[in-house]
Design a protein around this ligand. Sequence first.
Ligand code: KIV
Length: 279
Amino acid sequence: MKNTVLTFKNAKQENKKLTMLTAYDYSIAKLVDETGINSILVGDSLGMVMLGYEDTLSVTMEDMIHHTKAVARGSKNALIIADMPFMSYQTSVYDAVVNAGRLIKEGRAHAVKLEGGEEVCKQIKAIVDSSIPVMAHLGLTPQSINAFGGFKVQGKDMDAAKKIIDAAKAVEQAGAFAVTLECIPEKLAEIITNSISIPTIGIGAGSACDGQVLVYQDMLGMFSNFTPKFVKRYANIGDQMKHAFLSYQEDVQNGIFPGTEHNFSISDEIIQKLYGSGE
Ligand code: KIV
């Protein structure tokens, strides 16, 4: 079943949990899509988990388009949401619409995600008015780490909590079809989820959200630089990969790989002639 923004809308109304995972390339997108996960997020987290930056700030529009295209080729049914990278929408409403358009037109995403509340509502409205669905992102918005002073839980005091509730209402009003809530207390996420009509997708925001998202390398144990508290490890693929790489190395060094079953044959007659022609 093809997932669309209507799937998101209906899921909230029918109280069905939505599932989302990141993917950044063709093979992983295909695997995720085949499971029936509702949505694939081509997150700007790719800056960290795919490109090795220490944060998401250096990710460019070209990076996002390149990876979104690959994901789109691998996915049939998931709703593909592409992150708008840092400074691709903050600068002006015009930039926001042009860059959102590129992610849809060149990247073949179905929707875009951008970070922020009231300060980006003009951008959200203009992008939505251009017929591009927008997911908002509140709480710990990684593009603001320099302003936050690091990756820290948000919304813990009265003012901060109230600000996130107001921001959720504002992005809904501006036309966002859903909102990601990252790293906020679960009770705050519950209040937000109950006070807006669009689905909340949580990451480190507890189980009351209308859906959940995780970075696939985190949940598969493939990214060892750090593991946030909110991540559940569903497999240790990183260890399995290292084990396979070591076995391969040993096999090559010991002449075990490639074996006869991996080789291509040629007739003995031709080989004889080849030896003969070399003499
Ligand atoms: O970039 C990303 O992967 C994200 C998720 C953490 C929600 O924005």
